[in-house]
Structures are given as structure tokens and as C-alpha cells.
Ligand binder design. Sequence first.
Ligand SMILES: [Zn+2]
Length: 428
Amino acid sequence: MNNFEHLASNQILGGLLAATLYAATYLSFVRVLRFARNCQQPSHKEVLTTGLLAGLTIAWVTTSSTGPDLIRLLITTGFLVTIAFIIAAPAICFRPTNWAVEFFAKHSERVGLWLLGPILFICWVLPGSKLQSMLLAAMAIELVWLFRQYWAQKKKVIYPLTPSDRSILNLHAKDDLIAFRRNNGIPELVLLDNDVNWIGCSKNTPPCPFNLYVNRLGLNTAPCCRKHMRDISHYVSGCLLKIGAIHWLEGGSLLGAVRENGELLEWEDDIDISVLLNDEITWEQLSVYLVQQGEKDGYYVDLFEDAGLITVSFDAPKPWPFRWERNRLRGEIRMDIAIYRQVESHGDVVLERRSPKGIMPATENGGYGVPLGIVLPTSEINFEGGNIACPKSPDAYLRLLYGDFEQIEYTYVNPVAAKKRSLAATNK
Ligand SMILES: [Zn+2]
């Protein structure tokens, strides 16, 4: 008997290795989900690692000393595909998607455990420590996930809603808040004694699921999330000032600062800021500084170098191995830091970014650019209770991004909700 056969025939060791391989595949998979959450192309290296781990798990679980077992192969593969779909649903849901993904995303804390019944049945009819260990390890992970989410939900606190929040809620709910809360699954909505409040998120709880409440249902951004966005804007701006990075408020956040007199757009779903890299501030310096600072101050920082993007999220980085499980959450309170570099394009000096933004013109290098003179030297603008750097000519910048930016467009919400909202706004 060789070493492999000996290990394969050792029930306890074989089972332990199967459970470990599943846990490693799971961790690698939830790490990869950060690309879907940020609408980025996944890194080939990370996808390959996850695929390799999944392949190893399947091979180990389905191979015995007498060779591969077809039934176990089908069950293991089917199980891994199903659980991967369930786990990925909230991350896929960051973009418009179909009802099945939305359904799984909505029940994301507990849906993995729905497999427990079939798994116990399989364990009973197909004894074998490796398959059983893998399936039970998966259920143990799902149980811990459910317990942690359930526990964190208890730490939420009540936030009052503004008159505008209430009127938008009533508009979409057709004044039947109880039915609206039930039909759309909005546990945050507290309807007590003829009063309407919101059970708000914090650093110690999962965030409110933005993609559902704001982008699909067309509600205003929850009061708790608005407060955290305010915090994160001034936190990141303070960090960038400390290291002397040239930066400016960007996109919808700049639009709010200019058009809404220093306030967030009511349906804002993230904060945008841009940073100009140059000889003094390189990608390396900026990313290392923000990661270290975030670790210290309780903000999760993620890096997407190829896309020229750094994201700073309101939730604190968790210790390993729970760190990447944040990608299973439905919402996220986040600041996107877009990276710009000074280049020449069509004979002009422009500041160029890699990803498109609004209708920003394309550059000859395949990026998107804004004339340097519109941005530099940066100025300051009032934003959510404090001053933040902005382009030298904010109006010209916004025109370049959105055209007629004074015209309100409900771009983030679904078309039906957006139409309803804009009709209500014009009838005011
Ligand atoms: Zn919230």
C-alpha cells in the first residue's frame, strides 16, 4: 500500500483533509467575489486558484482506493456548484439580475442551510467519511455565518427618517407601508405607534442592502448609511491631505456638493473621489498608506490596481479567516477612489483614468480624460458638513461628466421607480 492509498484508507485523516479542502475552496471563492461586488473583471490568478482548489476537493472526495466513484462525483460537483451559486448571489446582485439570484440574495444568511436536509439524506444513504466530512464542513460554515449575521443584526439602532425619506417611502408604498415592508422584505422599517423609523446599520452590523433599497425600490439612502458615507468622505479626504495627495470630489458626490448645496444626492449609493498619481505619490505609496491606515482606524481597504481603483469601505477589516466573508453581504458603504495620471491626448494635457465615468471623453490611450485646466489647481467645496477638495471648475467638470447636470436624473434606481419618482418631483 503506497502513501496515497494509506491516507485514502484512513477514515479520520481522509475526512479531515476533505473538510480542509472545502474550507480552503470556500475562502478562496469568497475572496474572488470582491470583483463581482465592484463590477470588475476577476483576476485570472485568483479564479484559477479557486478552480484548482475546487478540483482538488472533488478529486479527493470522489476517489477511493478502488478508483473514482461516479455517484459521489456527481453529488460533490452538484453540491459545489449549488453552494457557490447561493454564496455568490448577494455579490452578483450588485448589478441588475434575474429573480432567482435576487431571491437567493434576499435570503443569503440562511439559504445555504436549506441544503441540510438533502445532505443528511446523502450522508445516510452514501456512507463514506470524505463526502460526509466535506458536506458537514460546508454546513458548519453556513451555520456559523447565519449565527454571526443574526447576532450582528441585534446591534442595530433606531434612526429617524427625514420628511423626504418618508414621502419617498409612501410614494413607492402607495401609502401601505405594512404591505410594502412585507412584500419587499425590509426588516429595517419600524412601524410602531403610527410612527415610521429605520433600524440602522453600524460598524458592528451588516450594512443596509443598498442595491435593493436604493437601486431597485427607488428609496432614499437610509439615514444610517448617509451618516456613514459622510464619515467616510471626511476620513478619506483627511488621509489624502495627510500624505499630500492631489485629490478631488468626483461624480455623483461632486454633483451633490454643487447641485444639492453640499449634501449627498438623496439616492446616493457610494462616494466618489479621485486621486492624481505623480512622482511624489505613486500607486505603491498611496495603497500601502491607505491599507495600513484603514487597518488602524477600522476601514476595509481593497485594491484593484489594473482598474486604477481603491475602495475604502465603512466596515472594519475582520481577522482572518473571516476577512473575505464580507463579500457575502448584500450591501456596502463605500468610497471609490479613482486613479488619474497626467498624459497627453490629441495634443492636449489631460488627466486620465482607466474606467469610464458618465460621458467623460475617451483619450487616445484607451482611457478617459478631463482637461488638466478644469481640475488643477484644485479648489474646495462644502460637502456634508465640512470642506473637501474639488476640481478648480466644478461646473465645467460636471458638464463634461453629465452634460446638463442641473437636470435631475434618477439614474441609479430601476426605470419604473425612477419614473414614479421623477413624476412626483415634477408634480410638486
Ligand atoms: Zn444603513
